[in-house]
Design a protein around this ligand. Structure first.
Ligand code: FAD
Length: 148
């Protein structure tokens, strides 16, 4: 980017801001109240919010349809939500680390890992498009970061 483009630029504002913090409710069911979507977990990385919201709605619906006991259904939904939210919150920081971190270590990591990802895209755990059911363990992380 040519810095001359911004010579003479003046900030216009104030701009509105929203809290973009990553948040997660542990076990989002209690006493007849189930939280879904952003109310249950919000991870503003990679446009996954709607997918996670629909997954919650589907998961809660499936549990309700599976039993007459809605208390059991709520807890089963929350347990499954904890599992997939944990996977998302584990896998997404790997992308942040590889693609967004700055500095010499981060540059070296990219120089090492990205050519290998380009050669073989399966090195990149596809949580962004395929969701939290893809394998996410230490072996997968090392392969993504070209530490294998
Ligand atoms: C700038 C931005 C870009 C995004 N881009 C993407 C993207 O590209 N892809 C993607 O998948 N996700 C994206 N997301 C995330 C996605 O929008 C959210 O994850 C998703 O909308 C969450 O759905 P939700 O139903 O849980 O909450 P919301 O969509 O926030 O719905 C909650 C609703 O409840 C209403 N409400 C709140 N309080 C009350 C009350 N007391 N009484 C009655 N109604 C109430 C609100 O008005 C709102 O309509 C983006 C989010 C933002 C902010």
């Amino acid at each position: 980017m040519n810095s001359e483009f911004y010579e003479g630029a003046r900030p216009a504002g104030p701009l509105a801001t929203f809290d973009g913090a990553k948040t997660r409710v542990q076990h989002p069911y209690h006493d007849g109240i189930a939280l879904v979507g952003d109310a249950a977990a919000n991870d503003p990385y990679g446009g996954q919010g709607l997918g996670m919201t629909w997954r919650d709605v589907r998961g809660l619906r499936d549990q309700w349809l599976a039993t007459e006991n809605w208390e059991d259904a709520g807890h089963a939904y929350a347990a499954e939500h904890d599992r997939h939210a944990r996977a998302t919150h584990l896998g997404n920081p790997w992308y942040t680390r590889l693609y967004l971190e700055t500095g010499p270590d981060a540059d070296a990591r990219r120089q090492r890992a990205l050519p290998l990802v380009a050669q073989n895209p399966t090195r990149q755990p596809d949580t962004i498009f395929s969701g939290p059911d893809v394998p996410l363990d230490e072996e997968v992380r090392r392969r993504f970061f070209a530490e294998d």
